[in-house]
Write a protein that binds this ligand. Structure first.
Ligand code: GTP
Ligand code: MG
Length: 484
């Protein structure tokens, strides 16, 4: 039985925060949307595109409040938490609209945005319709930090055993070798020294960094702050590494005991507050998964992604709410599993992409549904960077996508310069998603990263329209019922 991720004090804090939320906004319902996704999954782009579509009246035919003519409009509202930086919406949008357009930078700190949505409720007959308001709160954070959530229910010994076992797997041999060598040269029951701790922590960080390179695309390696330390860089809470538990008792002065204390400090100072303040108070969740990047890297990366998602999602509170639980514990009652960047493949393959997504989150989804939450899988692209076309070659028709690969992207000996448009046949996703986890039946796939779309259309008010794939349907699933 895994330990709960929170202590009783945390629970009290969470309940008080929920009560304060309720008391602070007695007349305006608030929906906290959790945008969950590993590093580079597409969280920042998704939030920017979603907010832009709401503010600028983007093309959202799947959003019923809009098609029924009940959606009045949206505006950015004052943030409810004075201590959290504001999501740099304008800056992210500016980079997407620039010449040439660029994707927003990878996120380095937490930020939040509140969007106020105004609509006419369906509950009233049209002559009596009143304007209602829903506050939509969205938090953005570096994906690396998400990897830490499973640590909350693991002791140092448990985490160490798991981390060393995975570093010893054959597919990790290259990147883990220096760390394993440093570990072999260490006596964990010897007197603790800072020099030893620093040496091990630095070898471990190198290993984490190497596993995250594109070709490997491994996902499950906490601690997240080792790669993005921020102002905590060099502090003891960030200077530890997994150690094999020593035989016999653990002496207080030993290296093992010191690293164990630091591991617990990391959890107490970094992970628990992050979880308590942001993840324990969500109403709805979209889980963004860059399925295609993992597929590109092969079966080891796919199975790694599956493990990471299952472990991370186990840390969330999912289930049905009743009026009391809504006030105190607050549960996530609806989860959308979204395969992102689906514009990297032709829409005729989107069904298969959704099947792959379903397979990756099968365990996590089952657990959530068992607890009473609703789930759905969807292939989406927050911003569509490609168009579709058909190429005939030697009598065969291929469904291709056309776009501009980002500068430096390579395929079959060609390195792209970021300006040349190409038609690409990325390969076919297998009908049986199980094949993607099977090293014996390799699937040849070629996905490239594309630059954001250029020459965008403008709507009647002169605002840019960002093309997307099913962003509207994702939005309808996540908030549609709250705009009724
Ligand atoms: N084609 C396409 N590419 C996308 C889309 N969304 C994200 N990307 C690509 O994925 C990259 C990462 O997207 P981000 O939104 O920054 O990812 P993130 O989850 O915020 O990543 P971190 O901040 O590092 O955790 C972008 O730079 C784009 O290259 C999309 O809808 N379509
Ligand atoms: Mg980001």
């Amino acid at each position: 039985m895994p330990k709960p991720p929170t202590t009783i004090t945390d629970e009290l804090g969470i309940a008080l925060a929920n009560l304060a939320d309720a008391a602070g906004a007695p007349f305006t319902p608030t929906l906290r949307l959790g945008v969950t996704g590993l590093s580079r999954a597409g969280k920042t782009v998704f939030i920017t595109a979603l907010v832009h579509a709401l503010l600028a009246g983007g093309r959202l035919p799947g959003l019923s409040a809009l098609t029924e003519g009940r959606f009045i409009g949206a505006r950015l509202a004052e943030s409810p938490d004075a201590g959290i930086p504001r999501f740099a919406y304008e800056q992210h949008l500016k980079s997407l609209e620039g010449t040439p357009p660029t994707w927003p930078e990878s996120t380095r700190r937490i930020s939040q945005l509140r969007v106020e949505l105004r609509y006419q409720s369906r509950r009233w007959s049209s002559s009596l319709r009143q304007t209602s308001t829903l506050n939509l709160d969205i938090v953005d954070y570096p994906g690396e930090w998400l990897l830490d959530l499973p640590l909350l229910s693991q002791s140092f010994a448990e985490w160490s055993t798991g981390a060393i076992a995975r570093a010893s797997l054959p597919h990790a041999a290259n990147e883990a070798a220096p760390f394993l060598a440093a570990l072999a040269a260490t006596d964990s029951s010897a007197e603790a020294t800072d020099a030893d701790a620093e040496r091990l922590a630095s070898a471990f960080t190198q290993y984490l960094r190497a596993s995250r390179e594109d070709g490997r695309a491994l996902s499950t390696l906490p601690p997240g702050r080792f790669l993005l330390p921020g102002e905590m860089e060099g502090s003891p809470a960030l200077t530890f590494a997994p150690l094999p538990p020593p035989g016999g008792g653990v002496r207080h002065q030993s290296l093992y005991a010191m690293l164990e204390r630091r591991y617990e400090a990391y959890k107490g100072l970094v992970v628990r507050p992050f979880f308590r303040d942001h993840f324990a108070r969500l109403d709805r969740q979209i889980v963004l998964v860059d399925t295609l990047r993992a597929l590109n890297a092969g079966p080891a990366a796919v199975s790694d992604l599956e493990t990471a998602l299952t472990e991370i999602l186990a840390a969330f509170r999912q289930g049905r709410n009743n009026p009391i639980s809504k006030l105190l514990v607050r549960r996530i009652d609806r989860i959308l599993f979204a395969a992102t960047k689906s514009d990297h493949i032709h829409s005729s393959s989107h069904d298969r992409l959704e099947a792959v997504m379903n397979r990756l989150v099968a365990k996590a989804g089952k657990r959530a549904r068992f607890a009473g939450a609703e789930t759905r899988s969807m292939a989406i692209a927050a911003i569509r960077a490609t168009r579709e076309s058909i190429i005939s070659e030697a009598g065969e028709r291929h469904e291709v996508i056309v776009g501009t690969p980002e500068a430096g992207q390579r395929l079959e000996g060609t390195t792209y310069d970021g300006r040349t448009e190409v038609a690409l046949f990325p390969g076919e996703l297998p009908a049986d998603p199980g094949q993607l986890l099977d090293a014996g039946r390799p699937v040849a796939l070629n996905f490239l990263r594309f630059a954001p779309p250029e020459r965008l259309e403008r709507n009647a008010e002169g605002q840019l329209v960002l093309p997307h794939v099913r962003l509207d349907r994702a939005l309808e699933y996540l908030i549609g019922d709250r705009l009724r």
